[in-house]
Design a protein around this ligand. Sequence first.
Ligand code: IDP
Ligand code: MG
Length: 139
Amino acid sequence: MATNRTFTMLKPDATGAGYTGKIIDRIIDAGFSIKAMKWTQLSLAEAEAFYAVHSERPFFGELTAYMSSGPIVAAILEKDNAVPDFRDLIGATDPKDAAAGTIRAEFATSIAANAVHGSDSDENAALEGAFYFSQRELA
Ligand code: IDP
Ligand code: MG
């Protein structure tokens, strides 16, 4: 069954460049409401656990080193059709391919440092949200 929640992380390139507020504004302007949010940092082991689904991909080492290199902002977002609508808002994985007006087109610097994560399914949104937030932390 479709849900109305998705999960996002603002990645270390975005937090490090001072884009946190601008990106959160974009997310709220697009109609998402924030149900939980935290500024935190992943250890390498935590990044490897979060991205375990990608462990066989050639970029796994680069991705997990990068994602544990600086602060991230994790959040659970709510909106009708949240997962696909948020993927539309952030744009393609590689910012060179991201449509004009998307968050990655505006703020990302490379295919690895692509500013923001967005869940790819309702199931993964629930799993990824639970990685960061307890039930008590959910609005
Ligand atoms: P997505 O974030 O658009 O869903 P995925 O294919 O799930 O893209 O990849 C997860 C993350 O891994 C990407 O957001 C990006 O940070 C990183 N990544 C994907 N492909 C590459 C690559 O070819 N080189 C380096 N990093 C990559
Ligand atoms: Mg993905």
